[in-house]
Write a protein that binds this ligand. Structure first.
Ligand SMILES: CC(C)(COP(=O)(O)OP(=O)(O)OC[C@H]1O[C@@H](n2cnc3c(N)ncnc32)[C@H](O)[C@@H]1OP(=O)(O)O)[C@@H](O)C(=O)NCCC(=O)NCCS
Length: 199
């Protein structure tokens, strides 16, 4: 197994061709796909011919970036994926964070845990200058993950989308963290760590 990041409860590893079934099941849940495309499952053919090959191509094109399968350590169970990737629109040094988890894994703090680990990796090891993430304004769980992972609200924007999704009239939200902000936060002592005389 090609492990990229390990957290307290998760392993983020490279995807392989054997993950096709995992991805079919993940994208087969209309609740998972609700804010992605309005709830339509991705057909197996599309996973096998387009989605998975595109995920695997990232490893050849970018060192340290791409899509990572998340597995629960205890059960070695696939729970979804995270990505940390440059996008065609983003300037060098900027990477986009994203995640998609199985419904059975929601509400356990996994998205926050994996996101924090990737943000740490991006700044501490990969030399990234800015990590950003976007989601539909109405995707409250995803916005909450961005906040809990330490990203800061940047803006609401509107973009053309090939599908109609309930709530899309409210637009998308962008959150981000700059290297300078990350450095300040990692250097700042927490209240608990501060000497008593300063509290
Ligand atoms: C978004 C997603 C990754 C969150 O995963 P998760 O592991 O459940 O997230 P976490 O447990 O780390 O945190 C979720 C937070 O959102 C909150 N939340 C979840 N649903 C909510 C809702 N409907 N309204 C308000 N808050 C909500 C949770 O209470 C939690 O916050 P808290 O810790 O302050 O209580 C998961 O729901 C998912 O995969 N959804 C489908 C795919 C998707 O939408 N991906 C994002 C596309 S941009």
């Amino acid at each position: 197994m090609d492990v990229f990041v390990e957290t307290e409860r998760l392993i983020l590893r490279r995807l392989t061709e054997d993950d096709a079934d995992n991805l079919v099941e993940l994208d087969g849940d209309s609740e998972v796909m609700r804010f992605i495309n309005g709830g339509r499952p991705t057909p197996r053919e599309e996973i096998e011919n387009d989605v998975l090959p595109a995920f695997l191509r990232y490893y050849e094109r970018f060192a340290g970036y791409g899509f990572w399968a998340a597995e629960e350590k205890t059960a070695a169970r696939f729970v979804g994926w995270f990505h940390l990737r440059p996008t065609p629109e983003s300037p060098p040094g900027e990477v986009e964070l994203g995640y998609r988890l199985r419904r059975s894994a929601w509400g356990k703090g996994y998205a926050t845990e994996g996101s924090r680990a990737l943000i740490e990796k991006a700044f501490a090891e990969l030399g990234v200058e800015r990590v950003f993430a976007t989601t539909m304004v109405v995707n409250v769980a995803s916005r909450r993950v961005m906040e809990k992972a330490g990203l800061r609200f940047v803006r609401i924007f509107h973009q053309a989308w090939p599908y109609r999704i309930e709530g899309d009239e409210k637009g998308d939200a962008e959150y981000a963290l700059l290297r300078s902000e990350w450095e300040q936060e990692t250097e700042a002592p927490t209240a608990a760590a501060r000497p008593a005389s300063l509290s």
